[in-house]
Design a protein around this ligand. Sequence first.
Ligand code: ADP
Length: 626
Amino acid sequence: MADVTLKHVYKVYEGSVRAVNDFDLDIKDKEFIVFVGPSGCGKSTTLRMIAGLEEITAGQLYIDGELMNEVEPKNRDIAMVFQSYALYPHMTVYDNMAFGLKLRHTPKEEIDRRVKAAAEILEISELLTRKPKALSGGQRQRVALGRTIVREPKVFLLDEPLSNLDAKLRVAMRSEITKLHEKLETTFIYVTHDQTEAMTMGNRIVVMKDGFIQQVDTPITLFEDPSNLFVATFLGSPQMNIIEAELFMDGKTLKAKLNDLNNLVVEFPEIKAKQLANQRYIGQKVLLGIRPEHVKPQEGDLPVFVDVVEHLGDESILYTKMENRKEQLIIKMPFNSRIKANENIKVAFDMMHVYLFDHESHKAIMGIPHEDEIPVCINKGCLKVGAQELALDQEYEAHLLDEAFNNEVILGIKPDYISQEEIPNSLKLRAKLEFVEQKTDYQAVYFSLKGINGYFAMKVANEKEVKLGKEVELYLPYQRINVYNQEHIKLNSREIVYPNRGRAIVKSDETKLTIEVAGAKLTYPAEPEIESGEYELIFKQDKLLPLYNKKMFKQGLENPEMDNPHNKIKVSAYDEDVLGSKLLAYVEVKGFENYASFVIDNKFSVYKNPKFELYVPRDAFELKSL
Ligand code: ADP
């Protein structure tokens, strides 16, 4: 048994390098999970935190439900296989494999049993008396694996174990490792930058970029339903074609224009058109994606010019150009010797396999989204969704930033988390199930909400029955609900958000207004209508400007927008929450009963700079008589 759970895990290196942000993942027992992404995206850092080789800056790591943050690597029951498999050259294969167990004073007979069993699994029994120099690269890699197998760990961590092998051997070892996973029946966590390794080996794949998880899904779902442009173009070879397009309605039909000449227009089937996330995209520029295998030569009426033809034995790759477009259109088709370079041909797009992405955010906007985005309005104790007025859980409400209230905001939830069965502590919505699209791993069910235009998606297991046309209750677990503003800044935080409230001594005369609060003396132009005395002062969450160092303070002195840069308070932060391009810093303020929270930019991290100053403009607080 080995479940591995990462809860909001962060890694911030010296100099505020944010290597891993808000990494949240449940890895199931016996699962083969792959972390994939370009170099520098934080894969190894995450693996090293699981191994205990790197300290976790914030968040929790559990193995089998036990908190591991402070547990020594050797006591985590984990084994790690690295890229370089340094074997001891003077020792035999047997001794190389037995070495770690000897250090742990494992009894001799037990060592012998384990080494022989591992050698059998890896099919290297006849090599046990050899020295490493008499082995091939693949055999050495197997011995390196053997060294970890003999320890019988609960979890295997593999960090690009095949990248030192030549291409042919890599392919062979890929299936060896998959077989090994089946035989050992333990949890495997595998890091690679190679999409083919990820797609062929993982039960589930975690795609990462810039320290953030982009998507976690089975290989097939990642391929069928990428949640953004990055995932769409990262997986698949040749990669998905991406074409700038403009959506428009022709009567009741949704169409996309691929150039300004009106000779490249494609038409969406109704079931696809209904999956457009938001009607506001009509008339807008979007990015249209189509995989090379879904462009059909000699079937349609879209004219393209063939630049280059590559024959790869069983298939042909055509590199083509569309009139008035700079993007290349790549086509993959079964071997075809008739189409030649420098020819004009006509093609069709398989419109059931066309993707659309938002031009700016690059999120998928047709089909299964990363999160459903439902427009809502939140007042104290109540949440309005279209025509429905629902009671809002108090505990959840305590985690919302001020901006979430009395504004038009967006409720975000992953289609995976919406359930037709009652779940405790969840928001109950009435919805009508409208239509379903069969996917390989699940059914994509689209529902409507009274009073809101468009459809939202949920995932339903293949074996479950779906009653279309029916009003049903849907359950959205509060734990999984996000709230965003229109700029997509998250408005729900991990910690309870108290009002930023403290006592202030106010001195007011004809020349100036002076406020003593949080151990500081703040001075502003006179406001004679305010009387001197003791007040309650409430800082707004998003109006104070952080000053992380002296340089920023000096720049502040020259910044005309800071009337008086000396108007600043000292705070001491103990945690943070990434809200997108912003950060919520949880801080202690001198003289405040509860902690305070401030929305600041996320260019820095409180984990490395826990003490900083906040500039307080006059509009950043309110005074209330006591
Ligand atoms: P990957 O394994 O995906 O290639 P890493 O986890 O090695 O990525 O690195 C993620 C980010 O953290 C990169 O920006 C890298 O430069 C940075 N980084 C890694 N190790 C350190 C370190 N010891 N000190 C500072 N920055 C580091």
